[in-house]
Design a binder for this molecule. Structure first.
Ligand code: XIL
Length: 342
């Protein structure tokens, strides 16, 4: 691992990286702890990850490996994700006969109870093993309570994705998620005297695009007006060199007047293929400009997370080298852009 300034030493907010347990050992772990002071489990705290093939709740061993690693290395953990339409077991939405739940009061009650049990099992199992939230031994301090509920199209008056959650419970599933999560993480399983130890986020992608952004903001405003305990607004920012970097600033600006904190939750910047040296240099300037914007919004930002440690491990590697370190764990121009832009 190169002897370079750690990225997190150059910002006033924590800088995170999405990982699985592969990054908790060896040279990858060394690179991680030099540059980052926060992790997000890329897959192993998603709804499906908590259940075995029979549908029985049990924390995934990779989730525990990441929590152990964070606790032992003084890293914060940003949890991802309690409720989502994707990577969720089908049985959530079916009855005992395997038929889809409908919208009767009884069926809605079944799904509400599954939602509540899921959230309380997640919070309960983590606090059982790591201590109450807000105590020194428990590194979890934020969670994407809900992910990707805004519609990609403008065709619906409420601007919401037509998911199974939505079909059965309507918009109310979002309120319930935050209410149950707040109760579990910030009350029942919280350390005595700790004030909201786990910051609860709504999270979405394409929030740098104007239509999605206004639907997202309208939803957050409705939630706040109803007194729903949403603390934070997450911007995934899965972008490319074709995305004007100014759009990232507009996205942060557009939520700055709301009583919420914000986070960049899943940053990556694809170059397109083939990847050339010229594009990697352009990407260096892109990361520089993006982090200049993030530093300017430091007061609004809880954290900034990049969605993977090295290019080859990125879910978007096929679209061109999206991250700041290459597969040999070497710093790319993107790293230097981030650090030199300070
Ligand atoms: C992605 C992971 O990176 C992949 O490994 C997985 O196969 C699919 O999910 N938005 C999210 C993340 O909120 O959970 C997604 O992560 C990327 C898009």
């Amino acid at each position: 691992v190169e002897d370079l300034t750690g990225i997190h030493e150059t910002t006033d907010f924590p800088v995170g990286v999405a990982i699985d347990s592969r990054e908790t050992v060896g040279a990858a772990a060394q690179l991680l702890t030099r540059h980052f002071n926060q992790i997000t489990p890329e897959n192993h705290m998603k709804p499906e990850a908590w259940y075995d093939a029979e549908g029985t709740f049990r924390p995934h061993e990779q989730a525990l490996a990441m929590m152990d690693f964070a606790r032992d290395n003084d890293l914060r953990v940003y949890g991802h994700v309690l409720v989502w339409h994707s990577q969720t077991p089908d049985w959530f939405f079916t009855n005992a006969a395997g038929q889809p739940l409908g919208t009767s009061a009884a069926d809605q009650q079944v799904l509400r109870e599954r939602l509540r049990t899921h959230i309380f099992d997640v919070a309960g199992s983590l606090s059982e093993r790591y201590g109450a939230f807000g105590s020194a031994t428990n590194p979890l301090y934020a969670f994407d309570a809900i992910n990707e509920v805004v519609s990609d199209s403008g065709e619906y008056a409420d601007g919401l994705r037509r998911s199974e959650w939505y079909r059965i419970l309507g918009e109310n599933f979002i309120d319930l998620t935050f209410e149950y999560a707040d109760e579990a993480f910030n009350d029942v399983y919280a350390a005595e005297g700790a004030d909201r130890p786990v910051t609860l986020f709504i999270n979405d992608y394409n929030t740098e695009q104007s239509g999605k952004q206004s639907r997202y903001k309208a939803l957050v405003q409705r939630l706040l007006a109803r007194g729903v305990p949403v603390d934070g607004v997450g911007h995934q920012f899965h972008v490319s060199l074709a995305t004007p970097v100014r759009d990232l600033e507009v996205a942060l600006e557009s939520f700055a007047d709301l009583p919420v904190v914000q986070a960049v939750t899943e940053l990556d910047v694809t170059t397109g293929t083939p990847v050339t040296q010229a594009k990697l240099i352009d990407q260096g300037y892109y990361y520089r400009d993006a982090f200049r914007i993030f530093r300017a919004y430091a007061e609004d930002l809880l954290a900034v997370t990049v969605w993977g440690l090295t290019d080859g491990r990125s879910w978007r590697s096929g679209n061109g080298a999206p991250l700041v370190f290459d597969d040999n764990l070497r710093a790319k121009p993107a790293y230097h852009g981030v650090v030199d832009g300070e």
